[in-house]
Design a protein. Structure first.
Lengths: 340, 462
């Protein structure tokens, strides 16, 4: 295959990995964020954690795979992004560390203080990345100071511009909503009711912020000019999907509501990658200095090898991850037989 | 400290910490799978309780291994972006494959194993932990394929501008001879690490634990002793083979590990050396004549090249520069690894001796050695990696890229960021280690009927 074709394929694959990651880990983050608020009793909290217990670790591997794929397919993207967004990445890693061990350590002692502390670690470890992913995506599309040698020349505060912060708070709200809707699908009784109430409450800022973000994107980035005035079905559908959630919840259609928050997340991620293509990171200093799939990519041979590996194993992963959701498809409540 | 040193220290801290947890995951996953298989085959509830007991310890350890592993995935971007740009075409591939082929399997099936006790048929449930065990060790394979390229680059060419190394032969990368000595050595190290913890905790319960638990822990000790003996013998053999491979691929590392300044034939083996790294000479040394040649070539004759000659050779090959790794660190980390390994062989043999005679009334000294032996694999694992990485210096990719040229230009201008992240990682990792030790100790001491064991485990344990 031609080098350009392979580069496009890998751009798409990485977009797919991030889309999958945000869709799956999105509700994990949401559940973590809601944990201290919608469940007060210890056993209720266990139920809330158990809704994602069998899945969250597998979901997080989507990120590790996306990171590995960037490294292998577009080494310059990997190098510029992670050396540039350095302090933000450190904060994110610390959050992911606390969250990951929190799920495991929480139940290992009966002590009340111990459990409370880990609950808040799970909360912070979920909220911080949910916010930072929005900040990161906004900066990637808006552009950051990148010099002619592909090195980031800004500092941490450059990343915290108003546009990126709006996107961060938006992603925080959308992931929280996604998690709340997920909980209405997976739980029973009181917890389900609490999740339903939480979803309705979060829906308001999530939708308003999304609209603000779309307008802000129009001003701050070249995304819409690149996609054309009619940006196509993808971003439009993303906003419509989000708007529909509250009506679906009102009719007790949790499954549809979850599909809609999922579509909102997936389609907005896709919009960002569509607007980015064929660039992978935008330089705010000079358009010539932007990283593209051409100047960031690995060799034809490497991309070819990677394509064969992905072609065989991505479907396998999807199959067995799908099987996990099938095994643990039942709703759980405080009366269920909980592991731990 | 300059930025380069801080970045190196950060890599050392994050990788050594990560590798505190990895070997136990590698070895204990297999052991838990063996226990559950024994349960499924025999129907004996004792094995089920042992599966839950070791499974709990495995999970606590696994969690820390995973989160410290995520940090490693991004380390190459954070502080080593020039490295990432130079080798991404090659090095990124095994990392991506590791995530796709191994890490996905490991994480997904572990989730099924933990929560699926009453949702899956027994045999299928046992199969899930085998998948976790195989995937964990497969994960180590891909990481070591990546590391082996840094040690002994194969299957590549330099790009026209020389700005990066490009892969030309994926199979050469995979069949790199370095991989196939390093990988078995690491897997055997993992088995040994797990076995010594199993021996330690089981011996404690056999001697001083609750009466009701004793029979089960005798079984556990039996399995553990055999597992430990096989692991230690295998790790020693593979270590020996690896050292012989190093003589071909990285003779400088061997010379530094031996503090061998001059080329010798036959070469002597140093038992204890205090040297002067500036003048490249011994201040004091006790040596066994001919032993190094014997270890290297299985014969008391054979030339082992010394540091000075290799330095001269490398200057000719790579231009002027200092090609000598830190000798004292290499030398002592090698001594520590081999010393710990030798002691482990003694303890493993001792444990095997007792269990083969079905004797569980160990004398105090033997019980002491078996109980505290679990520290040794940790010393050996860490010092082994320190030797592997320090002995390669000044190179990050041997012969191709120097460590000093690999650091991110972005951190070169912001020393504060590196320092801040280093301190953050050290603090959080110390905290994690403390919690990990606290929890493992708690579970270990509680024995089989711990209140934290699951309701089901509690029921059939009552």
């Amino acid at each position: 295959m031609e080098l350009e074709t392979l580069q496009t394929i890998w751009f798409i694959l990485i977009a797919v990995l991030f889309t999958g990651f945000f869709f799956l880990e999105g509700f994990d983050y949401g559940v973590g964020i809601l944990l201290p608020f919608i469940a007060k009793e210890d056993r209720e909290r266990r139920v809330v954690i158990n809704t994602i217990g069998p899945f969250w670790d597998g979901n997080e591997v989507w990120l590790v795979t996306a990171g590995g794929a960037m490294f292998a397919a577009f080494p310059n993207w990997y190098a510029t992004l992670f050396s540039g967004f350095y302090p933000a990445l450190i904060v994110m890693l610390v959050a992911l560390i606390l969250r990951g061990v929190g799920f495991e350590f929480r139940s290992k002692s009966e002590n009340r203080l111990w459990r409370r502390a880990w609950d808040w670690a799970i909360f912070a470890g979920s909220a911080v990345p949910a916010l930072l992913w929005g900040v990161a995506m906004a900066n990637i599309i808006r552009g950051v100071p990148i010099d002619r040698n592909m090195n980031y020349t800004g500092d941490f505060l450059d990343l915290l511009n108003p546009y990126a912060l709006v996107c961060g708070i938006t992603s925080l709200c959308i992931f929280t909503l996604h998690g709340a809707v997920f909980l209405t699908l997976k739980t029973l009784d009181d917890i389900r009711q609490n999740a339903m109430n939480a979803a309705r409450k979060v829906w308001v800022p999530a939708t308003l912020l999304s609209l603000t973000f779309v307008a802000y994107t129009y001003i701050e980035t070249d995304l819409f000019s690149r996609l054309g005035i009619n940006p196509g079905i993808v971003p439009v559908f993303s906003v419509l999907a989000l708007a529909s959630v509250v009506f679906l919840l009102r009719n007790n259609a949790s499954g549809w509501a979850f599909a809609m928050t999922g579509i909102a997340i997936a389609f907005s991620t896709m919009t960002i990658f569509l607007g980015l293509f064929p660039r992978v990171m935008v330089s705010s200093l000079d358009p010539e200095w932007s990283l593209t799939i051409t100047n960031s990519s690995s060799s034809e041979y490497t991309l070819g090898i990677m394509s064969v590996v992905a072609l065989i194993f991505v479907p396998v992963v999807l199959l067995y991850q799908g099987w996990t959701y099938w095994i643990f498809r039942q709703r759980i409540g405080t009366g269920s037989d909980l592991e731990y | 400290m300059d930025v380069l040193s801080l970045a190196r220290l950060q890599f050392a801290v994050t990788s050594v910490f990560h590798f505190f947890f990895v070997p136990l995951t590698l070895g204990l996953s297999i052991f838990v799978a063996i226990m559950e298989t024994a349960y499924v085959r025999s129907g004996n509830e004792r094995y089920k309780r042992l599966t839950r007991f070791w499974g709990n310890i495995f999970l606590v350890n696994f969690a820390v291994g995973v989160v410290t592993g995520i940090v490693m995935e991004f380390q190459f971007g954070l502080n080593w972006s020039e490295y990432a740009r130079f080798v991404g075409d090659i090095f990124g591939v095994p990392l991506a494959i590791e995530a796709l082929l191994a890490f996905f399997l490991e994480s997904t099936f572990l989730g099924i194993w933990v929560f699926g006790w009453d949702k899956l048929p027994k045999k299928l449930h046992a199969a899930t932990i085998w998948i976790v065990a195989i995937a964990s060790n497969l994960s180590a394979l891909w990481i070591l394929v990546a590391n082996s390229f840094m040690q002994h680059p194969v299957g590549y060419r330099l790009s026209e501008s020389g700005a990066r190394a490009e892969m030309t032969d994926f199979w050469a990368l995979l069949l790199n001879p370095y991989v196939w000595t390093q990988f078995p050595h690491v897997v055997a190290g993992g088995i040994t690490t797990a076995a010594f913890l199993i021996i330690s905790i089981s011996a404690f319960h056999v001697a001083r634990g609750k009466e009701a638990d004793r029979e089960a822990f005798r079984k556990s000790l039996k399995y553990g002793a055999v597992y430990g003996f096989l692991g230690t013998v295998f790790v020693t053999m593979m270590g020996h083979t690896q050292m012989q491979g190093l003589l071909k691929h990285q003779p400088m590392k061997v010379a530094a590990a031996e503090a061998l300044w001059e080329t010798e034939n036959p070469a002597s083996f140093s038992l204890f050396t205090i040297g002067d790294e500036e003048k490249l000479e011994d201040l004091f040394s006790i040596r066994v004549p001919g032993l190094l040649s014997f270890l290297a070539f299985n014969s008391f004759e054979g030339e082992v090249r010394g540091i000075k000659d290799l330095q001269a050779e490398y200057e000719e090959r790579f231009g002027p520069g200092d090609y000598i790794p830190p000798v004292a660190v290499s030398y002592w980390s090698f001594r520590l690894m081999v010393g710990a390994g030798t002691l482990m062989l003694v303890i493993a043999s001792l444990s095997l001796f007792y269990i083969l005679r079905d004797r569980y009334d160990f004398p105090g000294w033997a019980a002491g050695m078996m109980s505290w032996g679990f520290v040794l694999p940790y010393l050996a694992n860490s010092s082994g990696w320190i030797l592997a990485e320090m002995g390669r210096q000044p190179w990050i990719v041997f012969g191709l890229l120097r460590t000093e040229d690999a650091v991110s230009p972005t951190v070169a201008v912001s020393r504060g960021e590196v320092l801040f992240s280093l301190v953050t990682f050290v603090l959080i990792y110390l905290f994690l280690t403390a919690v990990d030790i606290f929890l493992i100790r708690k579970f270990a001491l509680a024995g089989l009927q711990s209140p934290e064991s699951t309701e089901e485990g509690g029921r059939d344990g009552a």
